[in-house]
Design a binder for this molecule. Structure first.
Ligand code: GDP
Ligand code: MG
Length: 306
């Protein structure tokens, strides 16, 4: 058996979360058209007969502009250091290779086997792909350049085989049923955040945070009269944090309609995940400029006391 950690790195929106969701087969990270919605270092673990590979889904390395983006950069660099393998993903429809200088020099310094994934090949004509792959092969001594579509699944098995071949031998690091290092509570937060960003579209910035304040699973599993376990109820209370009053009004919507929609959609995902009915209480709070300070990040649970 082989096992190892792989850093999944690339600019926002190239399709990292989509790839990870496809490989892991569970909904573990936010997929959104908006950039930078992956806020934590979500580890997806893929376990198959031949290998177990754990992925860091990183938000991409970019120029930090405030406390939040500085923190994201730090996370990306850490996943670089802690991985045996690097998977660098590029959007074939918008490779913007000129912007990757900084990224490449970090890859060179790390000197770890690196696969280049050309994603979104379902959107580009085959003949334009070859010159792009050729251009990329001159940038770095990649262990392989693989065209894929994370959306349709094209090339994903080839990618997996190439990655396994580069992976060191070793026993599985995690139990077979591990798929993410996120706790259920964090996942519940992600579900709410995802629906807020999805339903409010352009009107809400990515610096929208969600905190679960109560997660009561004391009635999660109920026994019926014959002592057989049945689905119970999990009570979750959470707040959506925005930075301005105007944003609060948008999230709540006319007569609370928007908040209701967000709550219903998030609750359905939670019920699937928890295999229980869910009562979800949602509030919206204003926390001005929280994404500009480390204190703000701590309050939102981004940074622990480490
Ligand atoms: P991330 O920021 O790198 O994690 O990117 P996401 O996985 O969130 O994807 C960003 C957007 O690109 C989403 O709308 C995805 O549905 C879309 N996307 C990802 N992979 C593909 C692909 O292979 N083909 C197409 N057409 N769209 C893709
Ligand atoms: Mg992502």
């Amino acid at each position: 058996m082989r096992s190892g950690f792989a850093a999944l790195i690339g600019q926002p929106n190239v399709g990292k979360s989509t790839l990870l969701n496809r490989l892991v087969g569970e909904k573990i990270s936010i997929v959104s058209r908006r950039a930078q919605t992956t806020r934590n270092r979500i580890l997806g673990v893929v376990t198959r007969k031949e290998a177990q590979i754990a992925f860091w889904d990183t938000p991409g390395i970019h120029q930090p502009s405030n406390a939040l983006t500085r923190y994201m950069l730090k996370l990306a660099l850490r996943s670089f250091e802690e991985s045996e393998l690097i998977v660098w993903m590029v959007d074939a429809t918008n490779p913007s290779l000129a912007k990757t200088k900084q990224m490449l020099s970090r890859m060179q310094a790390a000197s770890k086997p690196t696969l280049l994934l050309m994603n979104k090949t379902d959107l580009v004509a085959k003949p334009s792909l070859l010159p792009l792959m050729d251009e990329c092969s001159k940038l770095h001594a990649f262990a392989g350049i693989i065209p894929v579509s994370a959306l349709t699944g094209d090339g994903i098995e080839e990618f997996w085989k190439a990655l396994v071949a580069l992976c060191p031998e070793g026993e599985a690091l995690f139990p077979e049923d591990t798929f993410a290092n996120q706790t259920e509570l964090q996942l519940a937060e992600e579900f709410i955040r995802e629906q807020t960003l999805r339903l409010c579209r352009q009107e809400i910035p990515y610096s929208t945070a969600v905190r679960v304040e109560h997660f009561d699973e004391s009635n999660r599993v109920l026994s019926d009269t014959r002592g057989k376990n049945t689905q119970g109820l999990v009570r979750i209370e959470a707040s959506i944090y925005v930075e301005r009053e105007g944003q609060k009004a948008i999230v709540i919507g006319k007569q609370g309609q928007m908040l209701k929609k967000i709550g219903t959609a998030a609750r359905l995902s939670m019920e699937r995940m928890l295999n229980a009915r869910v009562y979800l209480g949602l509030r919206v709070k204003v926390e001005p400029r929280w994404s500009n300070s480390v204190e703000g990040l701590k309050r939102m649970g981004y940074v622990s006391g480490e």
